[in-house]
Design a binder for this molecule. Structure first.
Ligand code: 13P
Ligand code: SF4
Length: 306
């Protein structure tokens, strides 16, 4: 309770705002000013008038906030909070692809570094990827980076051929097809809901696929009583809060582990959040030439997804 009070006091004193992703631990979600999926968080960061934006999420998200709102100080509770998907797209290899394929229109999933964003034509998130791909120029080949699972799913939905960067998320590739089939057999009425970063075998079984916010909305609005949830386990906190009557079953990982929890997201704790507000650091910065180019691609996404 003391930490909650300390965080709330620091927020007032420093005119700070806490933006949190759904994969943050429950206590962080409860103390945040705004919780959302990547698109909603980008919009919240862009319109924020706070002096200090404390991003309870991972590094690429905090970078995104800085790119969209460079006049604000952006801090991240733990600088080690990276992302396996973002790491699967190193800038040097990406630049080499771009140079070898100058005709390609490049659509990058928001889960990538500022440097990758700066080399992209437009960014997308899991909630607007279909819309963005549909708006891409029809006369140019597309490179979709870095998530191959989301890319394949969007290709199927839009009918648009794309070259897919071979990247993936360690959390969303953890779910076991066999265990999910067993669960569905044991719970005949249960609906499988999945994030599009999941593998094709899981998405084929899925009754509803969408971003974290879309999954949450689906659970709240659907008359179905039972859901098997194939995404990071943090989302269950909001699902339980906002759809209290529903029976929610986390999709089981292949191994006997807590691999459906993102180890990067979970580096942030209530303690590191309080320290970060107090010290106004670690700060996340983006060099201005990278920021300006990345801002074009991110702003284009926000315009195209209205
Ligand atoms: P969304 O919240 O946009 O669905 O993104 C999921 C994710 O993997 C964030 O790292
Ligand atoms: Fe990256 Fe996956 Fe963690 Fe999201 S859940 S931050 S995509 S590693």
């Amino acid at each position: 309770m003391d930490l909650f009070e300390k965080i709330n006091r620091l927020k007032r004193e420093k005119n700070a705002v806490i933006l949190a992703h759904y994969y943050q631990e429950s206590e962080i979600q409860d103390v945040a000013d705004f919780i959302g999926d990547s698109l909603e968080l980008a919009r919240a960061a862009q319109r924020s008038t706070a002096d200090l934006i404390c991003f309870a999420g991972v590094h690429f998200m905090a970078e995104g906030a800085k790119i969209l709102n460079p006049g604000r100080k952006v801090v991240l509770p733990d600088l080690r909070a990276g992302c396996s998907l973002s790491d699967s797209c190193p800038p040097a290899r990406f630049r080499a692809f771009k140079e070898a394929n100058p005709d390609h229109f490049i659509i990058s999933y928001i889960n990538c570094s500022a440097e990758i964003k700066a080399m992209s034509d437009v960014i997308c998130t899991s909630s607007n990827a279909i819309k963005i791909v549909e708006k891409a120029p029809k006369d140019r080949p597309i490179l979709f980076a870095p998530d191959r699972n989301l890319g394949r799913w969007v290709m199927e939905k839009t009918g648009r051929e794309m070259t897919l960067w071979p990247g993936s998320c360690i959390v969303h590739e953890t779910f076991s097809e066999r265990k999910i089939i067993d669960l569905k057999t044991g719970h005949p009425g249960a609906r499988l809901i999945a994030h599009p970063e999941c593998e094709e075998s899981i998405l084929r079984l899925s009754d509803f696929t969408g971003s974290t916010s879309q999954l949450l909305k689906h659970v709240i609005e659907s008359p179905d009583p039972t859901f098997i949830v194939a995404t990071e386990a943090g989302i269950l906190h909001q699902m339980k809060k906002r759809a209290p009557g529903k029976n929610l079953i986390p999709a089981p990982p292949t191994q006997n582990c807590a691999c459906n929890e993102c180890p990067f997201m979970k580096l942030n704790t209530l303690e590191s959040l309080a320290r970060c507000l107090e010290a106004e650091g670690p700060e996340v910065t983006v060099p201005s030439e990278v920021r300006e180019k990345a801002n074009l691609a991110l702003t284009r996404m926000l315009e195209w997804s209205i």
